[in-house]
Design a protein around this ligand. Structure first.
Ligand code: GLP
Length: 245
């Protein structure tokens, strides 16, 4: 494995959440007004729960950070319980007091998703870029909603979801047909510009994607494999997700 990647293999999901929360909290303590990138999905939920507890215990102050999320479904209303805007409010932002004007998530109900994508990209740049970006990984090696393709997705764009992703994410919807087919996602170039990347993976279903991401050939067929070219990637994986490393 490349030496720009620092891999921490932990016993289980709870240890993963603890380590990720501790690392993130330390970054915020060093830079309480910094710009941080957030991910959604089941993987960071435990980490967010721990950050919420730290904040309640006054061990962490997130009230001055600026947040940018990786992605959002299209079309979806931010008030829909399946939206990533709702997920972030419920799982982290409300309880930790991240001010609403500092919460940036692509608008899933914007009149033009292409314009929304371009504006989002500009806003990240205007805020000086992302200091620490949290990432999960899809079973197909996607990051955000950058799906396997013939080319790497550059900047924030309006994208189409892969069938595998629709199936994986259908657990959050009443039925598979309700899963939006599109999204706005930061591109791999946007993600690669963050100072530090924190990639989290838990469970055997992620083992193949993690192998492809960290030690496989760099290819847009496994979007996460481009992380091998980033200067500072921290990976926290439980034993099950790291079993092919
Ligand atoms: C979703 C999100 C990704 C997330 C991935 C894995 O499609 N767009 O940002 O990393 O799925 O999700 P989970 O953590 O639930 O496995």
């Amino acid at each position: 494995m490349q030496n720009n990647i620092s891999l921490h293999v932990v016993a289980n999901y709870n240890e993963l959440s603890e380590k990720a929360a501790e690392l993130f909290a330390n970054a915020v303590k060093l830079n309480p007004t910094g710009v941080y990138g957030f991910a959604t999905g089941g993987t960071p939920e435990g980490m967010y729960e721990k950050l919420t507890k730290m904040s309640a215990a006054k061990e962490l102050d997130m009230t001055q950070i600026t947040a940018f999320n990786l992605d959002e479904y299209v079309p979806i209303s931010p008030s829909s319980p399946q939206s990533y805007a709702y997920f972030m409010a419920k799982n982290l932002f409300d309880a930790t007091g991240v001010p609403s004007q500092n919460r940036n998530i692509p608008k899933g109900d914007a009149p033009c998703p292409h314009e929304e994508s371009a504006a989002y990209e500009k806003k990240i740049a205007a805020c000086g870029g992302i200091r620490l970006q949290i990432l999960g990984i899809g079973t197909n090696g996607h990051i955000g909603f950058n799906e396997p393709s013939d080319t790497f997705q550059g900047q924030t764009s309006y994208v189409e979801l892969a069938e595998e992703t629709i199936l994986a994410n259908s657990r959050y919807f009443d039925n598979q047909d309700d899963v939006p087919r599109h999204a706005i996602s930061m591109g791999m170039q946007t993600i690669m510009m963050a100072e530090t990347l924190l990639l989290l993976a838990s469970g055997e279903t992620k083992a193949e994607a993690i192998r492809g991401a960290l030690v496989g050939p760099i290819t847009p067929k496994v979007p996460a494999s481009v992380l091998q070219l980033h200067r500072n990637v921290i990976v926290i994986a439980d034993k099950a997700a790291a079993k092919f490393l």
